[in-house]
Design a protein around this ligand. Sequence first.
Ligand code: FAD
Length: 350
Amino acid sequence: MTQIDLAPPASSTQPRTIDTDVAIIGAGPAGLFAAFELGMLRLRAVLIDALQEVGGQCAALYPEKPIYDIPAHPAISGGDLITALERQIAPFDVPRLLSRRVETLTGTQGDFTLTTSAGDTVCARAVVLAAGAGAFGPNRPPLDGLEAFEASGAVQYYVRRREDFRGRSVVIAGGGDSAVDWALALRGIAARIFVVHRRAKFRAAPESLAQLEQAAAAGEVELVVPYQLHGLQGAEGVLSVVEVATLDGEIRRLEADCLLPFFGLSMDLGPIAEWGLALERHHITIDPSRCETNVPGIFAIGDVATYPGKLKLILQGFSEAAMAAHAIHPIVHPDQALHFEYSTSTGVPG
Ligand code: FAD
């Protein structure tokens, strides 16, 4: 039986030179599961991610939120899903190059070279792009002095731990699912919760909206509509007031020590868009039968990949990871026939 050691292989920030079978760009759920599927076929892989931890959107954006549509998990939080995926790939000792963005990709099938922002060089026979929506970041409100409050943590774009907001007066800005969900999730933790939206109508799931209305009626949250963010007041990174304004210029001052703007994510494929891959509206088009792009040897899976009928769901990224791994095997081992086998027959190669 394979021993599972949860300590991840060291991810040094020193520039590294790695020669491997497959370079996986992006260590979100799709990239992590690709590492597993490649390992099961005894292919060596390296995971490269711009973020400082693995897990992509699940780890960075909603580690505490339950996901309900992962097969065989009635509910699992984003963070727990990533921990489980890490356990699953632990037997393969996959090196991770974190906190570095892949900048260049050159070469052809069987002989690719990638370079990263940290000066690493990775040589690989094939490439799996599991880059999600590319390097992602929050849409930031155009407010004077914002940077100082971001640096102190008074303005945050992701809720990593609800407990961080215990006893605090929080302004949540935005009208979508994230704003509504976090307003509900911080009830009983934050001392006060304002929800600022420029329209009276929110764009969230009907069940969440019903709960928000109940929470507002019960005085658990205060809906500040139709207002938008106008200014921040405070000193040395300590926030004291969030100013909001109507379209007519009427200003209200909300006493708060924390602002959570949820205005969506800006997605940027970054250098990937320059690599000659066929794109459709910022996504990479693939042959869905093998997840290969228009460039032989370069595969794309997960949110970054598109084809007719594509659903941007984690479970679909998992399935694409398995298909890509099987399509890559003959590139790395052209002289070996690959016989399809169940994991129940092969076990997990150590
Ligand atoms: P991502 O998770 O986006 O990971 C991509 C990684 O690639 C990132 O870490 C990024 O840093 C890295 N990267 C990009 N470009 C580069 C580069 N050039 N160099 C190095 N690294 C790079 N899905 C569901 O199935 N069920 C749900 O209930 C669900 N709920 C969600 C709730 C929220 C709030 C959000 C935001 C998403 C939700 N999703 C859900 C969607 C799900 O999170 C995504 O489908 C999933 O994360 C996609 O996985 P991925 O591995 O393809 O990409």
